[in-house]
Write a protein that binds this ligand. Structure first.
Ligand SMILES: [Zn+2]
Length: 359
């Protein structure tokens, strides 16, 4: 891989290139930014560029042809280590840093990074999900960060800086990453075949906040089905609040996961509802809206509001605002079931009174 295989983040590449050219290479970096924007890929290309034999460190480039580059691409470079939170776990087990109980200190990342480089002039380790180190793991790492082994480099990657010990943060050079452009996300969705059509990719990218990870979640088939069900319910003049709330709540349960996941998915449904009313308002004001999931339901509700004349947009915006309130409920830790109940009760009442009242 080389920088051509990475979307965005050109400023960060330049910044690192300049600091290395000035001889200010850090022993530890902390790459921070939301999930799904390419931080991990960036860290790997960064490491490969430092290992590459055909480019000086100051160029910070990878040729993809020399032996270290090939080893990096094959995942077999003897001086490169990468760890992260195992699938399904909430934290990185401390044995990943220190080795198992029987072999404590004789294996694990801290041991590996302390050894002399085998091939080149340095050893590089990536700690993905660094915000998921538990206290024991963080304390073990702290020692290494305080007294970094010679010729070693650590790259910590974290979504949420608040979850990191201040003592860890202060020992790393912070590099902040911004989200990707909607265009980049859309292209990536097509390249990785997560999305099968350009329309699908554009629609998911627009709601992704610049994260491929979020876009991929949005394209999860079960969530899409639930979204269409929601749009169908919202498009009628007599929304049945209890039925819809129940159907959404059981849909959230069926999507699986833990309490956090339930809340996240409830959050998605609320944002889908917002998107629904936003599209209705746009159509009413004569703007063109790209085709996306559930367009037919948006059109159906737009027709209902068109009959209300100038008041139509006002009604759509009022319904949109109700969804914003529900978003607050989720962030205030109100449970998904209760949030859905309150939201649809509100939406039904508003729609009923406003649609029945005279123009
Ligand atoms: Zn190379």
């Amino acid at each position: 891989m080389n920088w051509d295989d990475l979307r965005g983040h050109r400023d960060q590449i330049e910044m690192l290139r300049r600091s290395i050219a000035r001889g200010r290479q850090a022993h530890a970096y902390l790459f921070a930014g939301m999930a799904g924007i390419g931080k991990s890929r960036f860290a790997r290309i960064f490491a490969q560029s430092l290992f590459c034999e055909n480019h000086a460190d100051t160029e910070l480039m990878a040729c993809d042809e020399c032996s270290p580059c090939r080893q990096m691409n094959a995942g077999s470079h003897p001086d490169f280590f990468a760890i992260g939170c195992p699938e399904g776990k909430n934290e990185i087990p401390v044995s990943v840093f220190n080795g198992d109980k029987e072999r404590r200190g004789q294996e694990g990342l801290i041991h590996d990074i302390s050894l002399r480089p085998m091939a080149g002039s340095r050893r590089i380790a990536i700690i993905d999900d660094a915000n998921r180190m538990n206290e024991e793991g963080a304390n073990a790492m702290l020692k290494t960060l305080e007294e970094p082994p010679p010729n070693s480099m650590l790259i910590l990657i974290a979504e949420n800086l608040d979850a990191l010990l201040p003592t860890i943060r202060s020992r790393c050079q912070l590099v902040r990453f911004s989200s990707l452009s909607a265009n980049d996300v859309s292209d990536l969705l097509l390249e990785t075949e997560i999305a099968s059509t350009a329309e699908e990719a554009t629609a998911a990218a627009a709601m992704s906040e610049g994260s491929l990870h979020i876009a991929a979640q949005l394209l999860n088939p079960a969530l899409r089905t639930l979204r269409l069900k929601l749009y169908d319910a919202l498009s009628t003049s007599d929304l049945r609040p209890i039925d819809v709330a129940n159907s959404m709540t059981s849909g959230i349960d069926e999507l699986g996961g833990d309490t956090n996941e339930h809340r996240r998915n409830a959050g998605w449904l609320i944002r889908f509802a917002q998107e629904f009313y936003r599209q209705v308002a746009l159509r009413l004001s004569g703007d063109s809206v790209p085709e996306g999931p559930g367009t037919e339901f948006v059109a159906r509700f737009t027709a209902l509001l068109t009959a209300k004349g100038a008041k139509g947009i006002e009604i759509a915006m009022e319904l949109f605002d109700r969804c914003v309130l529900a978003e607050n409920h989720i962030s205030w830790n109100v449970g998904p079931a209760k949030t859905m109940e309150l939201l649809f009760d509100d939406l039904a009442r508003t729609a009923r009174t406003r649609l029945k009242s005279a123009r």
